[in-house]
Design a protein around this ligand. Structure first.
Ligand code: HEC
Ligand code: HEC
Length: 242
């Protein structure tokens, strides 16, 4: 994902800004704080892997990453104010690690993203995302509509993580406007009704999401949303790389 490269590129700049902002503050303390941030963000790769595997409908693939996150200790000497966030993240990771269905993992990873965003807000962290600001043009084929889904999912994720109202709303707007039909997907007649129902649910979540305020209301909705991707990809055998 492009955000991974972004993560590596942005860190030194962000750190420089933090250091500059701290000006007269004790250099050693600033340096320590930097290494904690770096350490914590080393977990990003696992967080992303969990989200991608949920979308792909692969429960087994989520597990090793969730276990790693839940067992990984916070570095000694971490600022005390950070501890509640890290504890909360580990709890959700433990829930995901023990999960027997993708819905539970989807909910847990959404709550993790909310927690990331709450710490960023509390610390005035200013995250940059270089994702494409424009959704894929609205062509009437399944692959394009799926890419629009993914675009919406990424923007809403960014909305939770930065956190950013603008990113959240641009995601839910697209979602409410996904032109997907069960007929477009095809497949067994028996599955079709269920597929149609999932399409309907995704649109409803988009509409509902546009009206939710920041915080847990959004993460709960995002968890449901990720579950829908997983459900339908499992049902149809479709999905990223599938
Ligand atoms: C305990 C507080 C805290 C938590 C929890 C936290 N962050 Fe951060 N994060 C920060 C601070 C402070 C910065 C800005 C300073 C910096 O970039 O070093 C930051 C910056 C970032 C950046 C931009 C800089 C970079 O490293 O690329 C990204 C991306 C990021 N966080 C992702 C996450 C994700 C994803 C999570 C949750 C899995 C998370 N953060 C959880 C405090 C936190
Ligand atoms: C109603 C069923 C359904 C739902 C809901 C659904 N998908 Fe899909 N998805 C499919 C099917 C079927 C395919 C295979 C499409 C193909 O063959 O091109 C697919 C393929 C994809 C692809 C691969 C597209 C490509 O570039 O080839 C991505 C990415 C994707 N889905 C993302 C998502 C995300 C993210 C969500 C949830 C936010 C989601 N999908 C929800 C049915 C669904």
């Amino acid at each position: 994902m492009t955000t991974h490269r972004n993560h590596v590129a942005v860190l030194p700049i962000a750190l420089a800004l933090v250091a500059a902002a701290c000006g007269s503050a004790d250099d050693r303390e600033t340096q320590q704080q930097e290494s904690f941030t770096e350490h914590m963000h080393g977990h990003l790769v696992h967080v992303r892997a969990i989200k991608a595997s949920v979308i792909g409908g692969d429960l087994d693939a989520t597990r090793e990453h969730a276990v790693w996150l839940s067992e990984h200790d916070e570095p000694p000497g971490m600022p005390e104010a950070w501890s509640p966030y890290v504890k909360e993240m580990r709890q959700y990771a433990a829930t995901a690690a023990a999960a027997r269905n993708l819905e539970t993992v989807a909910i847990a990873i959404s709550e993790i993203a909310r927690t990331c965003g709450e710490c960023h807000r509390a610390n005035g962290a200013n995250l940059q995302f270089d994702a494409d600001r424009r959704p894929p043009a609205d062509a009437q084929d399944l692959t394009t509509q799926m890419r629009r889904h993914l675009w919406a999912a990424d923007r809403m994720w960014e909305g939770l993580l930065r956190p950013s109202d603008e990113a959240w709303v641009s995601g839910t707007d697209i979602l409410a406007d996904v032109h997907l039909t069960a007929a477009l997907i095809g497949g067994e007649p028996a599955a079709r009704a269920r597929v149609g129902d999932l399409v309907q649910q995704a649109r409803a979540l988009g509409e509902q999401g546009g009206r939710t305020g920041p915080g847990p209301e959004r993460s709960v909705l995002y968890g449901k949303f990720l579950s829908l991707c997983a459900d339908c990809h499992t049902l149809t055998g479709g999905g990223p790389g599938g």
